[in-house]
Design a protein around this ligand. Structure first.
Ligand SMILES: *[C@@H]1O[C@H](CO)[C@@H](O)[C@H](O)[C@H]1NC(C)=O
Ligand SMILES: *[C@@H]1O[C@H](CO)[C@@H](O)[C@H](O)[C@H]1NC(C)=O
Length: 355
């Protein structure tokens, strides 16, 4: 598809008066882990999820429903400011529900929210580090030489300067847009493989973690659309001696964050160890290409943990080891994992189900 952006022309229309209406962009997660969205007009007011109408879409066009029973319902669950259209317009994250009143097959939020509610007294905090790769029209990493490869990995991580990083505009625009929207974005940096970047979202408590990461992903795809690049969250976009992409997950509960917390951290790690295979099963597709024990990863079939060791399943940061309390980092999730499934699995392993 040819890339055309006419931002200057668009700006003429952006300041037009909306005559007392709000544009609400409903966002949902489809059957392959992409976001989809569509917009509707609502009367101007301050919206919470409870005030927003349930809507629907044709699930047979997104792989979420059969053709003969194709309506999937969109139930609003979180509201953000719309960084593309500005105030008073809003982004509305919605859960997908089927006609028979059950959660859609790809709705991983519903169970996650129940479990977070059941364990909310533990005040679970998460932080996610979303790695991603920008691709050009040829579906190769943006700016890589045609038919060839860039210099081996070294100068790209946190890189500065022409030849070291590409498309910083996308990264900056995404950062600003996330702050505007009200996402707890906590930082960003260029990653080890050229055209690979990372942003971090957190701390977020409970179900807000998945909500915020999904909306941050939606915003990234919208921004990259403006700049003519594709976003890949594949965990190993280039085979060979190139780093993969992960979704490292920081986790703590209230008791881990205070003096004496290390005992709770170690107890949680033991519980994660016992269910390693269950975690790998929900930590992203094709993660075996990334978790090889090389390129700062642990091997997929082994559970390992250590202080300040990046070749582990679980890493306890050095300052946490020194202080004796804080949080730990689960390094297993792939960049294409669903944050609802990651945070659900961690809570389930550590604290059991909602009953
Ligand atoms: C997770 O913890 C690491 C340190 O181990 C920190 O550098 C990173 O910013 C944290 N990320 C988030 C999203 O909280
Ligand atoms: C965002 O981070 C702040 C602390 O920096 C925290 O108080 C707040 O609860 C976080 N928001 C969500 C939705 O978790």
């Amino acid at each position: 598809m040819a890339f055309t952006s006419r931002t200057d022309t668009l700006m003429k229309y952006m300041s037009l008066d909306q005559k007392g209406s709000v544009i609400a962009e409903y966002i949902w997660i489809d059957s392959v882990g992409n976001t989809r969205s569509k917009s509707r007009t609502l009367p101007a007011k301050e919206y919470t999820p409870a005030d927003l109408p349930t809507w629907n879409f044709d699930g047979s066009s997104t792989g979420q429903a059969p053709g003969e029973n194709s309506d999937v319902y969109l139930k609003p669950v979180a509201v953000f400011a719309d960084p593309f259209l500005g105030s008073p317009n809003i982004l509305v994250l919605a859960e997908c529900w089927d006609n028979d009143g059950t959660p859609n097959k790809y709705n991983y939020r519903h169970e996650c929210a129940k479990l977070m509610e059941a364990h909310k007294d533990r005040k679970p905090w998460f932080g996610l580090e979303q790695e991603y790769t920008l691709l050009g029209d040829d579906d190769r990493p943006y700016g890589w030489p045609k038919g060839g490869f860039p210099a081996p990995q070294f100068q790209y991580y946190c890189g500065v300067g022409y030849g070291n990083v590409v498309q910083r505009d996308i990264v900056l625009a995404h950062y600003k847009a996330c702050l505007y929207a009200g996402i707890n974005i906590s930082g960003t940096n260029a990653e080890v493989m050229p055209a690979q970047w990372e942003f971090q979202v957190g701390p977020c408590e409970g179900i807000a973690m998945g909500d915020q990461l999904w909306v941050a992903r939606f915003i990234l795809n919208r921004v990259a659309e403006d700049f003519g690049a594709k976003v890949s969250v594949h965990p190993k976009p280039m085979k060979g001696d190139w780093n993969g992409a992960g979704l490292h997950t920081n986790f703590s509960t209230e008791e881990m964050r205070v003096e004496g917390g290390m005992a709770y951290i170690e107890a949680a790690i033991k519980k994660l160890e016992a269910r390693h295979a269950d975690h790998i099963a929900v930590y992203g597709e094709e993660n075996e290409q990334r978790l090889t024990g090389r390129h700062e990863t642990g091997a997929i079939d082994q559970f390992t943990w250590g202080i300040a060791n990046r070749a582990c399943s679980i890493r306890i940061p050095r300052e946490v080891g020194a202080k004796g309390y804080g949080y730990f980092e689960d390094r297993r999730p792939a960049s294409n994992a669903d944050p609802y499934r990651i945070t659900h699995a961690i809570m389930l392993s550590c604290f059991g189900d909602a009953e």
